[in-house]
Design a protein around this ligand. Structure first.
Ligand code: 87F
Length: 644
């Protein structure tokens, strides 16, 4: 009896030593150190006692399970710290003016065209770790098929509920689904391959569309001389506190500090002035895919608000105002399509109020999304008509077609960021994890064979063979597919694993299906399952993927519409805002009124409401309608809400 216990404990220790060595070799030591530092004494003692109790209940054959139990307990304790920023100390924001920003009509809120989009299909490589039989020295792949040896199951998934604790749910989902990892600089995040591949899909689609419009890609330096920024002093003023500066190289101070680009107007327009001399040099339509740094002091949220993020910034110059204005709306509609057609997220297109527009712009347009869980509007992307403001500042002057007549160029700038990914996660994710729209999903289908313990070795081999065969033909058809042939996990565990990662379709192959020549297609979005003959899989999958894409949008649109109310009186307006809804209300379009609404609608713990945009699609404004807040004659219907 004592011998057995000794064996058990010895096995557990050996297991831990090998694990520790594996950790060391894989460079994950800092993670362990972080863990040690993050649990208190009581937690530690409780943990040790519970491990001892579990060890006592086990036998020597349970060696591998013991290690798993220990690992699970460590993971449980670690869970709380795993989803938080390692370095989330509050930094004080230096005093600075709040950014001043500011103004139109609405296109139809049509549902996305379901014609196949010009998306580049990029089947992901078969990453060895998750998809191969385990190479973990402690858990060699089973050859005997005995259940104790084949099961290696750790807890998967989220323990926060989207409805109950949205912010905790979000913190968990981005990490657990392996989209992001935290980093040692607060407000900066690592985008893991799944996240980056979603960005790649957006980028590939948008890039092809703007090239079709005649826009070319370029790249300007990350660093901006101080004098360039000072040239645009008035517009940068509101953002000054967010600009990060390089002031030193090694031990020596730089003669003049150099800014890290928060946006590239100043970097690009100084050069545009040297390139644009004549009307023949116009239009100049450039875009760059880049990273930018804005030293935010508001609470950071992965994808939604980070100090460094990825974006595209378009900077164009035209000879005439109408040409520039046409482009503003063309780009705005591309942004709508990114959200609605690719990400299945409904948005409203509109013009920003004078308060909310970019101070350097003649007018700003945007697409606005909405997060029902916290009742917040979120600006999805912006397309600005800069008018001649910057060309006058940077001397972008050209000889017109009329002899001896010069004019300043008409300019636009427009941008879309990795915030898109955050809005998509928030819109579709559920308590099981991500729900990815097929058009941007890293993987669209995963093949999961479901053998049972009664299956003969021969039948099992046939099932694995068929799974391989289906996988190969699906891949050949240009669908992003993977297979999960791991033998040391149960089918149920694998379901959770792929559900957490949001794969739109799971193709299951069970013993009965092997007899009947069929397989099951299970949808991630609804959980619905259908039987499909092997010979029909290749034709059914693309259709089902498009059905999922369309259904996800329809569902999100119904929710979005359910959160949109109309109010013509203050009390109704406030009641809707407090129901966490967006409100369409008639208003006088005055800066002071917006300021007043913001103040008056704020309460302890709840920020004030502001205009999200003046929708391009306007309800009829009956003559005599008055502003809901000031009682003055209304000029338009504005969309109001609390926002990110
Ligand atoms: C932060 C620091 C310094 C926003 C900033 O929207 C300057 C700025 O100019 C700044 N945050 N902005 C406005 C950016 C305007 C515009 N630029 C090109 C876009 C889209 C892409």
């Amino acid at each position: 009896m004592h011998d057995k216990k000794f064996q058990v404990i010895l096995t557990a220790f050996l297991v831990d030593i090998v694990r520790a060595l594996t950790f060391l070799r894989s460079g994950r030591l800092p993670y362990l150190i972080n863990w040690e530092a993050s649990i208190g004494n009581t937690t530690f003692i409780t943990l040790v006692i519970s491990i001892i109790i579990d060890l006592k209940a086990m036998t020597a054959e349970d060696g591998p399970q013991i290690a798993e139990t220990v690992a699970d307990k460590l993971a449980d304790v670690n869970l709380d710290t795993k989803h938080k920023e390692p370095n989330a100390k509050k930094e004080k924001k230096p005093k600075a003016d709040k950014p001043k920003q500011g103004t139109i009509l609405l296109d139809t809120l049509s549902s996305p065209s379901l014609l196949p989009l010009n998306l580049t299909v990029h089947p992901p490589p078969c990453r060895p770790t998750p998809f191969q039989p385990t190479t973990d020295p402690l858990f060699p792949p089973s050859i005997t098929g005995r259940s104790k040896e084949v099961k290696k199951e750790t807890k998967l998934g989220l323990n926060a509920k989207k409805e109950e604790d949205f912010s905790e749910w979000y913190s968990q989902i981005v990490v657990e689904s392996e989209l992001i990892s935290y980093y040692a600089v607060s407000g900066c995040y690592i985008l893991r391959p799944t996240a980056y591949s979603i960005w790649d899909s957006i980028k590939n689609w948008f890039d092809a569309e703007i090239k079709e419009m005649g826009v070319e890609n370029c790249y300007f330096p990350l660093f901006i001389p101080e004098e360039y920024l000072l040239k645009e002093k008035d517009h940068v003023e509101g953002f000054a506190a967010e600009v990060a500066w390089v002031t030193r190289s090694g031990n020596s101070e730089l003669e003049r500090p150099i800014a890290i680009r928060p946006t590239s107007e100043t970097a690009m327009y100084k050069t545009y002035a040297t390139w644009i001399r004549s009307h023949r040099d116009l239009p100049l339509r450039l875009n760059q895919w880049a990273n930018v740094v804005r030293w935010e002091f508001k609470h950071p949220t992965p994808f939604i608000r980070s100090r460094e993020f990825l974006w595209q910034e378009g900077h164009t110059a035209f000879a005439t105002q109408p040409e520039a204005e046409t482009e503003v709306y063309e780009v705005l509609d591309l942004y709508r399509r990114v959200y609605e057609d690719l990400l299945a997220v409904p948005v409203i297109k509109g013009k920003k109020s004078d308060n909310e527009k970019f101070a350097g712009a003649l007018f700003t347009t945007s697409v606005e999304a909405f997060i029902p869980m916290n009742g917040r509007g979120v600006q999805g992307a912006t397309s600005h008509c800069l008018g001649q403001n910057f060309s006058k500042m940077f001397d972008i002057e050209f000889e017109t077609e009329v002899e001896d007549k010069k004019d300043f160029a008409w300019q636009n700038s427009w941008g879309l960021t990795t915030r898109t990914i955050g809005v998509m996660i928030m819109t579709h994710g559920d308590d099981k994890g991500l729900v990815l729209p097929p058009r941007v999903a890293h993987l669209q289908v995963v093949v999961v064979p479901i053998p049972n313990s009664k299956l003969s070795e021969e039948d099992k081999a046939a099932m694995l063979g068929k799974s391989e065969e289906l996988y190969t033909s699906i891949k050949k058809a240009g669908i992003r597919v993977n297979k999960d042939l791991r033998e040391n996990y149960t089918p149920g565990w694998k379901y959770n694993y792929w559900e957490l990662r949001g794969v739109p379709i799971r193709l299951e192959l069970g013993p009965k299906d092997m007899v009947n020549g069929v397989c099951v297609l299970a949808r991630r979005d609804t959980g619905a399952k259908e039987l499909v003959a092997w010979g029909d899989v290749i034709t059914r999958l693309p259709v089902l993927l498009e059905e999922i894409q369309a259904d996800m949008f329809t569902k999100a649109k119904a929710t979005f519409d359910g959160c949109l109310e109309r109010a013509t009186k203050w009390d109704d307006f406030m009641a809707a805002i407090d129901r966490k809804h967006m409100v369409l209300a008639p208003w006088a379009d005055e800066v002071e009124v917006e300021e007043m609404v913001k103040k008056k609608s704020a309460s302890e713990g709840a920020m004030g409401a502001k205009t999200l945009c003046i929708p391009m699609e306007q309800p009829e404004l009956v003559e005599g309608t008055v502003c809901f807040a000031s009682g003055k004659p209304a000029k338009n219907w504005a969309l109001w809400g609390r926002s990110y």
